[in-house]
Design a protein. Structure first.
Length: 438
C-alpha cells in the first residue's frame, strides 16, 4: 500500500471534485466510486503542472494563483446572516442587496464605472472545483497557452487575465457559518445574487467592489475594487450552479474526480502529512458529502466540458482520464483519427474515442488510460498529437513542446497533463474567436 500511495504522488488531478455519481444512461453510468466520495485532496496540487516560469510569477508564487490570502488587517464584522443585527444594517443599491457580513463601507457600491475601456467584451470562464484541490496548477496551463502571467495578491490579476476565487461570495465568515450550522458548500451560504450581478457587470465592462473572504483569518475583509479584464476566470465551488452566473459564462469547465481516487489521495495527504487516522479521513469525507452531492456535483450536468478522473482498468495508482465534450456546445471539440496503444512502460497507455450520453446530452469522449513511456516521451507525444484533429495548435508540435517543458512535473506521464493542456489550448481558441467576433 505504501508503494502504491507513493506512486499516487505522480497523479495530481488539477481540480478536485466529484462525489456521488447519479445514475445516467450510457456506459458513463458505470462509476468507479466504490470507496467514498469527496474532499479536496491534491497533496501536491499547487506544485504540479506549472507552466513555464515567467518573470512575473515564480514557482514559489504558485499558491497565490487561486484562493489567495488577503492582505492587511483582518477584523470580523461580528455579524451573521440572517440575524436581527445584520438585517438592521442591510442596505440595497441599484436593486442589489448588500449584506453587511461582506464588510462594506458606507460609500461602496457593488457596481461602478471602470477606470478604462478594455476595448472588448471580456471572455468569461467558469471552473467548478472543490476547495483545496490544486486548481492553480490547471489555471497555469491556461496562462501558458495565452502567453500571459498574473501577479500575486488576493485576486490574481495580469495584463489580460484575472482569476477570481468564488469563496469571496460566501455570505458569512467562518464564525458565521458555525452559528448557522451550514457549510460553505451549501447554496444558502453563498451570495449568488451579488455574484451573478457582478459577473454580468464585469462582462459589460464595468468595475465592481468584490467581497473578500480571508482564508487565513476566516473573516470577510473589506471588498476590493476589481476592474474588467480580457479574460475573467471564476473558479470555486459554484460557478455553474446559479442560472444568472451560468448565463454569463462563455465556457463552463467541471473537474470530476471519482470517489475511490479522491479517497486514496486524501489518505495520502492527511495520514502522512497531518497525522490523521484513516477513520478520521473517512469521517471528514462523509461530513462534506451530503452538501457536495446536493450543491456542487450537479453542476457537471451543465458544464460545457468535463475532465473526469477514474482508476485505470489496471487499477490504482494508474489513471483513466476522460475529456467529455458536449456535441454542439461551447467547447471546440477534438477528435482522434484512430485508437492508439503505446508500449514501453508499465502499464502502457491506450487512447480511444467514443460517443456517449452525459446527463441527457450527447457527448464525444477522448480517453487516455495508463501512462506513456517517459524514456520515449517526445516520440509518443508526437504520435498522440499527430493523431488528434481539431487541436488548432499555433505551430506543429505545440502540444508536444508544452508537455516536454513539464516533463519533470507530476502527472506528465498520464492523461492529466495531456488533457489539461488540450483544454488550455481550447480556452485560447475560444478567447481569440470571441474577441475577433465581438
Amino acid at each position: 500500500l505504501d508503494s502504491r500511495l507513493a506512486r499516487a504522488r505522480s497523479f495530481d488531478f488539477s481540480i478536485d471534485r466529484a462525489p456521488t455519481d447519479r445514475s445516467r444512461s450510457g456506459s458513463m453510468a458505470r462509476s468507479h466510486s466504490l470507496l467514498l466520495p469527496l474532499a479536496a485532496l491534491v497533496f501536491l496540487g499547487q506544485r504540479a503542472f506549472i507552466a513555464p516560469r515567467t518573470p512575473g510569477l515564480r514557482s514559489s508564487d504558485a499558491r497565490h494563483l487561486v484562493a489567495l490570502r488577503a492582505g492587511g488587517n483582518s477584523v470580523s464584522t461580528g455579524l451573521t446572516w440572517p440575524s436581527p443585527e445584520a438585517e438592521a444594517k442591510l442596505r440595497e443599491v441599484d436593486g442589489i442587496k448588500l449584506y453587511p457580513t461582506h464588510a462594506w463601507t458606507d460609500d461602496m457600491k457593488p457596481v461602478v464605472p471602470a477606470s478604462k475601456d478594455i476595448g472588448a467584451t471580456p471572455v468569461v470562464i467558469g471552473v467548478a472545483a472543490d476547495s483545496g484541490c490544486g486548481k492553480s496548477t490547471f489555471l497555469r496551463r491556461i496562462l501558458g497557452a495565452l502567453g500571459t502571467e498574473v501577479s500575486s495578491g488576493h485576486t490574481a490579476i495580469g495584463d489580460m487575465m484575472t482569476v477570481v476565487c468564488l469563496d469571496d461570495y460566501h455570505t458569512n465568515d467562518r464564525a458565521g457559518r458555525k452559528a448557522t450550522g451550514l457549510t460553505a458548500l451549501d447554496a444558502r451560504e453563498n451570495d449568488f445574487a451579488l455574484m451573478g450581478a457582478q459577473i454580468e457587470a464585469l462582462k459589460k465592462g464595468k468595475a465592481v467592489y468584490k467581497p473578500i473572504y480571508n482564508h487565513d483569518s476566516g473573516f470577510k475583509d473589506l471588498p476590493e475594487l476589481l476592474q474588467p479584464n480580457k479574460v475573467m476566470v471564476f473558479e470555486g465551488l459554484h460557478p455553474i450552479y446559479d442560472e444568472k452566473a451560468r448565463s454569463q459564462l462563455d465556457l463552463g469547465i467541471y473537474i470530476d474526480i471519482v470517489n475511490d481516487v479522491k479517497f486514496a489521495w486524501k489518505v495520502q495527504r492527511d495520514v502522512q502529512e497531518r497525522g490523521w487516522t484513516e477513520q478520521q479521513v473517512r469521517d471528514d469525507i462523509n461530513k462534506r458529502l451530503p452538501d457536495f452531492s446536493k450543491y456542487v456535483d450537479p453542476q457537471k450536468a451543465n458544464a460545457d466540458v468535463i475532465l473526469r478522473y477514474e482508476p485505470s482498468d489496471q487499477g490504482l495508482p494508474y489513471l483513466k482520464v476522460k475529456l467529455i465534450q458536449k456535441k454542439g456546445g461551447a467547447f471546440p471539440m477534438i477528435t482522434l483519427k484512430k485508437d492508439l496503444t503505446l508500449k514501453g512502460s508499465k502499464p502502457g497507455a491506450t487512447l480511444k474515442m467514443y460517443d456517449d450520453d452525459w446527463f441527457g446530452s450527447s457527448v464525444t469522449v477522448v480517453e487516455m488510460d495508463g501512462e506513456i513511456d517517459m524514456d520515449n516521451m517526445e516520440a509518443q507525444l508526437k504520435m498522440i498529437e499527430e493523431n488528434m484533429e481539431g487541436l488548432n495548435a499555433k505551430s506543429k508540435g505545440e502540444l508536444t513542446e508544452a508537455m516536454l517543458k513539464l516533463k519533470s512535473s507530476p502527472g506528465s506521464q498520464n492523461g492529466t497533463g495531456l488533457l489539461q493542456t488540450v483544454i488550455a489550448m481550447k480556452v485560447r481558441e475560444i478567447y481569440e474567436k470571441l474577441s475577433a467576433w465581438r
